[in-house]
Ligand binder design. Sequence first.
Ligand SMILES: NC(=O)c1ccc[n+]([C@@H]2O[C@H](COP(=O)([O-])OP(=O)(O)OC[C@H]3O[C@@H](n4cnc5c(N)ncnc54)[C@H](OP(=O)(O)O)[C@@H]3O)[C@@H](O)[C@H]2O)c1
Length: 341
Amino acid sequence: MELRRLGNSGLKVSVLSMGAMTFGESHTFMKGLTSEDDEARRVFDRAIDLGMNLVDTANIYGDGTSEFLTGQWVKEKRDRVLVATKCRFPFGMGSGKPVGPYDQGLSRIHIMRACEESLRRLGTTHIDLYQVHMQDGSVPIDETLRALDDLVTQGKVRYIGCSNFTGYRLTESLWSAEKHRTQAFVSVQLQWSLIVRSAEREVLPACRRFGVGTMIWSPLARGFLSGKYKRSEAAPEGSRLAVWKDSMKSLDQQQNWAILETVDGLARKHETTSSAIALAWLLSKPETSTIVVGARTVAQLEDNAKALSVKLSAEDVAELDTVSKPDWGYPYDFIGMREPW
Ligand SMILES: NC(=O)c1ccc[n+]([C@@H]2O[C@H](COP(=O)([O-])OP(=O)(O)OC[C@H]3O[C@@H](n4cnc5c(N)ncnc54)[C@H](OP(=O)(O)O)[C@@H]3O)[C@@H](O)[C@H]2O)c1
């Protein structure tokens, strides 16, 4: 599988990487939407066979079981597989459980504690890419970076990344790292798909400008672009969007169905799957370092991996760009009439 450099770092990541959010039974936001452990193991093994060299998990996925299973399975392949995990959110998110000030966030105290716990669950001496899961406006970015820098110095973490950052906060973090000579984020993990293109306003231009790598999450818009959802039909029973009714409601818009129909049409033209077309569109973008693929079953994984053999023409990409074009708003429209922003 093609490897791409993660930003300006020395990390080389496969263009498709394995998302582990469906590994391990969940009692919180992924309740009922994860794989049986045996199937998750097969998904993991198949992903590695396909050439993926990076697995992305988080402390809170499966309330810790995702990290635990990832750690077990990666053991014998540790020299070939990079492990990325995240901290920031509290355990039991959404369960109503009380959350103390150091049970979450990007303070030095929480980061140090969360990292030790992740290392223990993963059963490893080091994390290859340690990501902060979302910006934290209540903690100075200098404190967060200094804590992450210490983890690198201690040998517990190799590289640091962020996720769900605004453009201004990412830029501030790069200034801070330069000013205080700490480690800088090598990557941003962000939501990007034909359905959700808002990262193209600020975060992706910042990545281009400053050489920050990207890891794309929910590349199929939670499965919406997989081809199994149809305009006039109920969501298939047990699927994520049948369970997450609010997400389905917000996706139920004229433009999204038009995007899906264009994707389905190109899938027929290229004799491939809808998900392969949706992922191939992301692969055609130079800002994409790696797409974090979500697959609950081996069949889904194989469907999605077909993206690697799709060759979208410039006209195909333009058709997808046009049908999915959001209302960029000011100042992007104003600038965009004259030059790329
Ligand atoms: N940093 C963050 O804040 C953040 C947030 C979310 C995710 N992530 C990362 O990104 C990864 C991927 O995110 P995601 O799971 O939301 O990605 P996604 O590709 O948008 O959705 C994946 C889901 O869509 C369905 N699906 C996928 N391929 C399919 C196929 N070929 N045919 C039919 N259905 C298919 C499956 O759900 P069902 O079978 O249940 O319908 C699958 O679990 C996660 O594992 C995680 O590592 C990060």
